[in-house]
Write a protein that binds this ligand. Structure first.
Ligand SMILES: Cc1cc2nc3c(=O)[nH]c(=O)nc-3n(C[C@H](O)[C@H](O)[C@H](O)COP(=O)(O)OP(=O)(O)OC[C@H]3O[C@@H](n4cnc5c(N)ncnc54)[C@H](O)[C@@H]3O)c2cc1C
Length: 291
C-alpha cells in the first residue's frame, strides 16, 4: 500500500541538491517513476520525501563534446532510440533502448533510473559497461565521477549516497569505423525483462583485422560482466566463421564459470551461444554466417 510522503519538485539543480542535503529522514529521487512508483505502491519503500527531477531540463540532453558523449540522467529510452548520432558506431545504445518494455515505458523510463536501479537485467547496463562509461554524482557543494563498473555493486545495489543525484553518464566517442550491437533474449518479445543479453563493440583496423573488441554480458551475474578471454581472442584477427565459433565458445565458458549451479544455469549456458553469435555477426557481418 502507498504510504504518505512529502513530494518536492525543485526547479533547479541547485535547489534539488540542497533538498537532498537538508531534508531529514529517508528520501528518494523520482525520475520516470517506472521502477520507483510500483515499488512505492507495493510498499517495498516508504520514504519520508520524494524529490522529483521532472523540471531539470538540463538533464534531458545528449551532448557530444571534446571526444566524449554526455547523456543526461533524464534522457529516456525513446530519446536514446531516436538520437541520430547513435545510428553509427554507438548504435548498441539505440538498439538496447528500443528493446526496453513497451512504448510507454520507453517514453518515461530514464537512463539514470536504469543505472541507479541496478537490476542485473537492466538493458542499458551492458552497452554502457562496454562503452566504458563513467557516472557523475553530484551533491550540494561537490561531485565525484566513477567508472560505472565500480558504481554498480550488483543486485540492485550501487554506491550512491542518500544526498547524491546521478546527473549524467559519460563515455569516450568510439572511432568512426567501429561497429556495435546489442542482443537480448527475453521471456517474451515485449515487456520482457532480459534473461540474457550481450553488447558488442568491434573496432576494425585498415586491413580489416579487429583492433579492439569489447563484449559485455547482462543478466548472467549480479551486474554486467566483460568477457576478457573472448575479447583477447578476437583482437588482431580477421572475422570469419571459425573465429566466430572460437569467440562464442569463450563467451559460453565464461558464462558457465560465472553462473555456477544456479537454477537458470543449464538454460543460460546454451542460450548465450546464440546471443553471442548474433551480437558478433550484427557488429561484423564478415563473421560470415547467416542470422
Ligand atoms: C512494465 C515494465 C517493463 C520494463 N521493461 C524493462 C526492460 O525491458 N528493460 C529494462 O532495463 N528495464 C525495464 N523496466 C524497468 C524500468 O523501466 C527501468 O529500470 C527504467 O530505466 C527506470 O527509470 P526511471 O526513470 O523510471 O526510474 P525511477 O523509477 O524514477 O527510479 C528508479 C530508481 O533510481 C533512482 N533514481 C532515478 N534517477 C536518479 C538519478 N538521476 N539520481 C539518483 N537516483 C535516481 C530512484 O530513486 C529509484 O531508486 C521495466 C519496467 C516496467 C514497469
Amino acid at each position: 500500500m502507498l504510504q504518505p510522503f512529502n513530494y518536492h519538485q525543485p526547479s533547479s539543480m541547485e535547489e534539488a541538491l540542497s533538498l537532498m542535503a537538508t531534508l531529514p529522514g529517508p528520501k528518494k529521487v523520482l525520475a520516470g517513476g517506472t521502477d520507483l512508483v510500483p515499488a512505492l505502491r507495493r510498499g517495498e519503500l516508504s520514504p519520508a520525501h520524494v524529490v522529483s527531477l521532472k523540471q531539470l531540463a538540463e538533464m534531458r540532453e545528449i551532448k557530444i563534446k571534446e571526444g566524449r558523449v554526455h547523456i543526461g540522467a533524464l534522457v529516456t529510452f525513446s530519446q536514446l532510440a531516436e538520437f541520430r548520432p547513435f545510428r553509427g558506431p554507438h548504435n548498441l545504445l539505440a538498439e538496447a533502448a528500443l528493446q526496453v518494455g513497451g512504448p510507454q515505458i520507453r517514453s518515461q523510463g530514464t537512463i539514470g533510473g536504469n543505472i541507479v536501479n541496478a537490476s542485473p537485467a537492466g538493458d542499458l547496463l551492458p552497452p554502457l559497461v562496454a562503452l566504458e562509461a563513467e557516472v557523475r554524482l553530484c551533491r550540494a557543494g561537490g561531485e565525484r565521477v566513477l567508472p560505472l563498473d565500480e558504481f554498480l555493486k550488483g543486485l540492485g545495489r550501487t554506491c550512491i549516497e542518500q544526498e547524491e543525484i546521478l546527473t549524467e553518464a559519460v563515455f569516450p566517442v568510439l572511432p568512426g569505423q567501429a561497429a556495435s550491437s546489442f542482443v537480448k533474449l527475453g521471456r517474451r518479445n515485449s515487456l520482457a525483462i532480459s534473461r540474457i543479453s550481450m553488447a558488442a563493440i568491434l573496432v576494425p583496423g585498415a586491413t580489416g583485422i579487429i583492433e579492439e573488441a569489447r563484449l559485455a554480458l547482462g543478466a548472467v551475474a549480479p551486474k554486467p560482466v566483460r568477457v576478457p578471454r573472448a575479447e583477447a581472442l578476437l583482437k588482431g584477427r580477421r572475422p570469419d566463421p571459425s573465429l566466430l565459433e572460437e569467440a562464442v565458445t569463450a563467451v559460453a565458458e565464461t558464462v558457465a564459470a560465472t553462473l555456477g549451479d544456479r537454477p537458470s544455469a543449464p538454460y543460460k549456458k546454451v542460450a548465450v551461444r546464440g546471443v553471442a553469435r548474433e551480437a558478433l555477426i550484427k557488429a561484423a557481418p564478415q563473421f560470415g554466417c547467416k542470422l
